[in-house]
Design a protein around this ligand. Structure first.
Ligand SMILES: [Fe+2]
Length: 471
């Protein structure tokens, strides 16, 4: 009996349905005028399903689907393709589902029990570095993707990298062009093994240092400043014994404090890390981080409970909606003070939501503008924080939902925020999606242009802009 497709659990206690298609739309319908400065491609990656998944599956387990909006002379074309991963090729060969739960090989079909790259779906971030496009996934080495065709070229060459894990939230140094990265569970199993790595502007591995985290907790994103590194370890704990029994990869432990490791950027993580406790706060993403002397500032959407709402706590309970709501929060680590008074939290009034981005030319340094997907139910939209004044600007989507907003500067030397915010919005009632092009100085204004798609889109997580001269 063939298996059927089930909805899968997403963030915010929502459910989503598999979409299952690849698409080509040559010459998208456009309302308004595409700004002449937008010449290049907007790449994104997310997860969808090619084959049925188990009934209680979660969004993180989807097959990677990379999509591109190609901008040329005021025209926009769209393409999406599945990342041709080892697991997808195995399932296509068998013409049925072979894989079980998220990062749990003990729930797989026996025919694929030893296949390498089991978890490498490439479903998290379409990321460009040294002229190459990668589909990132935090527990694996990225697949390389052809920028024009979106065909999968295979797993990239990362030199002598020892860690099996490479975060899906790399930080590119705008001064040096370096690709800064880290990995937890760096030995491929639930453990405290972690690693820090740096690739130079040409993609060559120039630094790798191993270290231990305080417990085997979730760590999805991090902070890099010009002087410091920040490693958050969240109290969602992985456990091999639970996996062997067919259980979930993570379990939330509200009695464990989040652990935040802060160290000098050029230090040794095994020796120079200072770990701070922040109880009652769970984060997934980082907007940006920077240093001011002994103060390390990091902006993050953070929730009072478990914002990874599809993982139960250690009693089997799933969170309530208020426990999952994230609010953009400035965390200050004052390294001149003793541990118990070094950390202060500064939530931004009304800034509820996630998927934060900045003008990436200001990464690792002080930024004055941040963008994010606003989820102040029932209001949803695109939010913009003016950090110097605390002002919050909102583009109200009137029932539609924002995916990750991405800032593209008008030119290489334009002022911060002088450019465009590209954001895919889900118009659920119309079963369609649009790509909005908003004014980066004030997203609350009417869109400069709207690229209309005649179908709904699977949720993508993260993306990048690649100017045409880079391709
Ligand atoms: Fe992410």
């Amino acid at each position: 009996m063939p298996e059927v497709f089930h909805p899968y659990a997403s963030f915010g206690l929502q459910e989503r349905k598999p979409m299952r298609f690849e698409a080509d739309v040559f010459e998208c319908e456009v309302e308004g005028v595409i700004p002449a400065e937008l010449e290049g491609s907007y790449f994104r990656s997310g997860g969808d399903r090619q084959y049925p998944s188990l009934e209680d599956d979660i969004i993180l387990n989807g097959d990677g689907l990379v999509s591109a909006f190609h901008f040329e002379g005021g025209h926009v074309s769209f393409r999406s393709r599945y990342v041709q991963t080892e697991r997808l090729k195995a399932e296509r060969g068998a013409r049925r589902r072979l894989y079980g739960h998220y990062r749990n090989k003990h729930t797989d079909d026996a025919s694929v029990s030893n296949l390498p790259q089991r978890d490498n779906t490439g479903n998290t971030f379409a990321f460009e570095h040294h002229g190459k496009l990668y589909a990132l996934r935090e527990d694996s080495h990225p697949y390389e993707i052809d920028m024009d065709t979106l065909e999968t070229k295979g797993i990239g060459d990362f030199g002598d990298l020892r860690s099996t894990a490479l975060t899906a939230h790399p930080k590119v140094d705008p001064v040096t062009g370096e690709w800064w990265s880290y990995g937890v569970f760096a030995d491929g199993e639930p453990s405290t093994a972690a690693s820090l790595h740096v690739f130079d502007a040409d993609g060559k591995l120039i630094r790798e240092q191993m270290f231990e985290t305080p417990y085997p907790g979730l760590s999805h994103d991090w902070g890099v400043t010009r002087e410091h590194l920040v490693f958050p370890i969240m109290p969602l704990v992985a456990d091999e014994a639970r996996l062997r029994q067919g259980g979930a990869y993570y379990e939330y432990d509200p009695d464990l404090p989040g652990k935040w490791g802060v160290m000098p950027r050029d230090g040794d993580p095994a020796r120079d890390m200072r770990w701070f406790d922040i109880p009652g706060l769970v984060m997934g993403h980082v907007m940006n981080a920077y240093s001011e002397g002994e103060r390390v500032i990091l902006d993050t959407p953070a929730s009072p409970g478990n914002c990874f709402s599809f993982f139960a706590d250690k009693t089997g309970r799933f969170p309530t909606m208020p426990e999952t709501i994230t609010q953009i929060t400035r965390i200050v680590f004052d390294l001149s003070r003793p541990d118990h008074e070094a950390v202060s939290l500064h939530p931004v009034e009304g800034a509820l939501g996630d998927m934060p981005r900045i003008d990436d030319r200001f990464a690792m340094s002080k930024h004055s503008i941040g963008y994010f997907a606003l989820r102040d139910f029932p209001q949803m939209g695109v939010g913009q924080i003016m950090w110097d004044t605390g002002e919050l600007l909102v583009h109200d989507l009137k029932g539609a939902a924002s995916q990750e907003p991405l800032f593209v500067p008008r030119s290489a030397d334009a002022a911060e925020g002088d450019g465009f915010v590209l954001v895919v919005v889900d118009r659920f009632e119309e079963k369609r999606a649009d790509l909005l092009i908003l004014d980066g100085k004030d997203v609350s204004r009417e869109p400069l242009a709207t690229v209309k798609l005649p179908f709904a889109m699977p949720m993508a997580f993260h993306g990048c802009w690649v100017p045409s001269e880079t391709k």
